[in-house]
Ligand binder design. Sequence first.
Ligand code: C2E
Ligand code: MG
Ligand code: MG
Ligand code: MG
Length: 292
Amino acid sequence: QAKAAGRRTYMRYDDSMEATIRRRATLAGALHKALDRGELHVVYQPRQSLATSRITGAEALLRWSSPEHGEIVPAEFIPLAEENGMILEIGEWVLREACLALQRWRQHGLDGLTISVNMSVLQLLRGDFAGVVRRVLDDTGVPPQALELELTESVLMANAAQTAVKLHAFRELGVSLAIDDFGTGYSSLAYLKRLPITTIKIDQTFIADLGHEPEGAAITTTVVAMAHGLGLNVVAEGVENQVQADFLALHHCDEIQGYWVSRPLDAVACMAFIRNRQPPARSAASQPASSP
Ligand code: C2E
Ligand code: MG
Ligand code: MG
Ligand code: MG
């Protein structure tokens, strides 16, 4: 009896493994054509300053709408693109799209914004990505100061020596560097100090814990203090409610990103959102500022 049950369990496991492998192969094949077929697009999630309430910029997030397979989330297709190297081509395309979007916003009078683009380890370690970034900035007219590249903490930790050298090349270009999903990868303080980073993004799992688990609050306040001690900008990811936003403001987190500010939007909607959210310009400051 037990043996039979065990066998059944094993069979199910085996079947689902096979289904997973088959889906991965199918999606990898479809992804090869996705870029040329126009199935990929980029959405933008605004980021807000807690001190001024101003929108400081937006993060570019990749989307894939496949006619055959429906909406596929980045968590599923980015690893596939990393495995077969497609992320190099796709990543460059995202970077260019994001810079073009920012340049359009700038041309419509929105100043002082930063566009953040996620970067995969393969992009960092393979070839001359700093050269790619310089070319995209030149082509689009975006100043280096307006671009921020995000790298996950685990990536930095896994390739410590190599990444440090590469990151310095980006800083020399004048672009900002953020550590994404911070708190999940056990970085040491001493290690962080050696990297030319400008921003830390606290992982959303800790933000989700705020108001429930004491660990979330402890980690968040510690990371903010540590980041400020190192002269870094700190952003909280995945902020979904006022309790979280208030806690972060109270503890001097610099910026928030999450559904509380806005869901990711297409480039046109994001521009409209930013325009609506910006407080009146200085010239209108004769009236008392009403904070939202
Ligand atoms: P990430 O860079 O940490 O991006 C934040 C993720 O959290 C996004 O998921 C975003 O949609 C989601 N999010 C934002 N606000 C909230 C919130 O309030 N609550 C919750 N629960 N989630 C929120 P998304 O778009 O599915 O992207 C997942 C990950 O895929 C990203 O995590 C990033 O690591 C990766 N990714 C996305 N686009 C790219 C890309 O162009 N290149 C590379 N290499 N990776 C990308
Ligand atoms: Mg990110
Ligand atoms: Mg993140
Ligand atoms: Mg992530």
